[in-house]
Design a binder for this molecule. Structure first.
Ligand SMILES: [Zn+2]
Length: 612
């Protein structure tokens, strides 16, 4: 029987009734409407539907959840109370968070943006409540909204260097408090907060060059990020905050300098502030989702492709927080000129968010590949936030003496995005499709949903990416036909396999697509995926084919305490695993070099790129 006739045979109802799986590869799905969102192919799960199980992602989520749950309310609210002249009990948080007379940008950033990350902490807690149902977390969200309400005043923003920046986060916190934690007055508070900030916002989105061309009190006034506002304005509109939020969203779309050229496939990223411009792509995605703007979808897709074009092998981007020009030496030069290679928590947060949007709309598995690269090589190796606000900020890819280090200021931006991102780990792992479920991340987790007449629960166990094996078990009250689509990464080797109930599905799998298993599933069914993870070399860019990183599957391997040893491509590709430790060893001419993943690095110095 030929392959195609066999496939046709397998697609028949008789085969399905007999419990035979139909497996096919699909790069994108039929354009079917999911949950009333026009133009989307996949839908996000609710936070409560996906639970992380024991593993490093759950550990990060729990750490951040507990840290912010236990942070004193008065401390969190203090800068708002201080700046509007209300009694402000409690300790100072310090760092960027507390107003300070020392602030002298760019020399001294103490007191940079008082209260800036409050909304993000509120958002992270609201999402954590939605994921866990923890009542103490919900109570804290309600208390913080109630405590914040009386501080809302125009006074807060007078003499405030980044009004759009802080308001955008406040907006996000309030709409999340409303949506995910049921904070009753959150939208009302948002409406007051919007009235308070509007006089301080420019008439349209302005980039840094445009801000710098206007009169400004000091350099920090040119760093505001009005172009990130639309995403949360669109969300506020969708969550019922009122019609004016849609108008505000449209007003702050950064069309003239950013989205219009991106939609025409012109790369205007070089020189722009990196994280906030990846974040701005999420505004373009919301413009597509709410207003149906194909131009903005094009801008986001092209913009993301430009980001990838000048990314590191880790998936990180934007050394010294700015985009570089493709086709030049700029990215390679950054390996010797800076230790500020990637703004990790914020960058990973924006990266997860925009890839989730792009996955939902296009169904293209390449966005999942990109998300997992950033997960395993950047954020999962971030040092934990300390209770005093000491935070991890930059990943370091410098060729000389790279190490993990904390940021010099307490409570920076990255302390706000980190708890939001870890709360989003679950909803980034699976997506609903009209035909069933898409498994995007191979992570220890549990997901449940209503499929036709039955409730389905899928439990995933995996040590990935230390090895390529993951197994999923189904629990359901009665058999139901649906599709489980498994992301087969573009780098997957020929030995990649899928098995159902121990029996290999003998269809050729195509890397860079979803392997869709369409079948009548029953209680206790097991799916096993074994991803073949060949070693491969990834050059920093096409101009520098000899500056390479070694990767195993999604995971970059960092050379530890290598000193001045030189190394060849052949030696790198002959790396051997050291037992089951997850470490690798490369036999270089002058001796053995140990290589480990980013999350495994502690205090050691390391090197990402090898000159071969
Ligand atoms: Zn940051």
């Amino acid at each position: 029987m030929s392959k195609s006739s066999r496939r046709n045979f397998l697609k028949g109802g008789a085969a399905l009734a007999a419990g035979v799986a139909v497996l096919r590869n699909a790069n994108s799905l039929a354009a079917t409407t999911v949950e009333s969102k026009p133009g989307t192919r996949l839908a996000q799960f609710d936070y409560k539907d996906v639970q992380l199980l024991d593993g490093p992602m759950l550990e990060q989520f729990k750490h951040n959840h507990n840290l912010f749950l236990n942070l004193d309310d008065d401390k969190l609210l203090k800068p708002f109370r201080q700046l509007v002249g209300l009694p402000a009990p409690g300790e100072d948080m310090g760092g960027w968070y507390t107003p300070s007379s020392k602030f002298d940008p760019p020399k001294d950033m103490t007191g940079y943006i008082p209260g800036h990350s409050f909304g993000q902490y509120l958002s992270g807690l609201s999402r954590a409540y939605a994921a866990t149902g923890d009542k103490a977390t919900q109570a804290k969200v309600h208390r913080l909204v109630a405590g914040f309400a009386p501080t809302v005043s125009k006074k807060f923003y007078s003499d405030y260097c980044l009004p759009a920046y802080t308001f955008d986060k406040t907006n996000c916190g309030l709409i999340d408090a409303y949506q995910f934690a049921g904070a009753p007055h959150a939208l009302e508070v948002l409406n007051h907060a919007t009235d308070a900030v509007l006089p301080y916002l420019p008439e349209k989105a302005l980039n840094r060059a445009e801000m710098a061309a206007r009169p400004h009190k000091n350099i920090a006034y040119t760093w505001d990020e009005s172009y990130t506002l639309p995403e949360n304005f669109y969300l506020a509109y969708q969550r019922g905050a009122g019609a004016r939020y849609r108008k505000l969203a449209e007003r702050f779309l950064e069309d003239d300098t950013y989205f219009n050229p991106l939609a025409d496939n012109r790369n205007v990223l070089p020189g722009e502030h990196a994280y906030s411009h990846v974040n701005a792509l999420c505004s373009a995605m919301q413009s597509y989702l709410v207003d149906g703007s194909e131009k903005h979808l094009r801008a986001a897709r092209n913009g993301f492709a430009f980001v990838q074009e000048q990314s590191f092998a880790t998936g990180g981007w934007g050394p010294n927080e700015s985009f570089r020009t493709p086709g030049t030496d700029q990215l390679a030069d950054s390996l010797s000129s800076t230790h500020h290679s990637f703004e990790t928590p914020c960058g990973a947060y924006g990266h997860f968010k925009v890839t989730r949007y792009l996955l939902r709309v296009t169904g293209d598995s390449k966005y999942g590949d990109s998300m997992e690269t950033v997960l395993y090589n950047t954020i999962l190796g971030a040092k934990p936030i300390q209770p005093d606000g000491t935070s991890f900020y930059y990943a370091d890819y410098n060729n000389n003496g790279a190490s993990k280090f904390y940021y010099e200021q307490k409570w920076p931006c990255c302390s706000g995005t980190f708890p939001q991102l870890t709360a989003d780990y679950g909803i980034s792992s699976y997506f609903r499709s009209p035909k069933g479920i898409h498994l995007n991340l191979y992570v220890p987790s549990h997901v449940s949903w209503q499929q036709g007449g039955t409730r389905v629960a899928l439990t995933q166990h995996t040590q990935y990416p230390d090895n390529g094996d993951s197994s999923m078990q189904l629990a359901m009250t009665r058999p139901e036909r649906f599709t489980i689509a498994l992301r087969i990464p573009a780098w997957a080797g020929r030995q990649t396999r899928v098995a159902i109930n121990g029996k290999r599905v003998d269809t050729q799998l195509t890397p860079g697509t979803w392997a869709e298993v369409d079948r009548t599933w029953k209680n206790g069914d097991r799916v096993e995926v074994s991803l073949d993870m060949p070693l491969r070399l990834v050059p920093i860019d096409p101009q520098h084919p000899d500056i390479v990183a070694l990767l195993s599957g999604p995971q970059a391997l960092f050379a530890i305490e290598q000193g001045a040893q030189s190394i060849t491509k052949k030696q790198l590709l002959a790396a051997q695993r050291v037992g089951s430790s997850g470490a690798w060893e490369v036999a270089a001419s002058a001796g053995k070099i140990r290589m480990i993943s980013y999350p495994s690095i502690k205090e050691e110095q390391y090197r990402l790129y090898q000159s071969t």
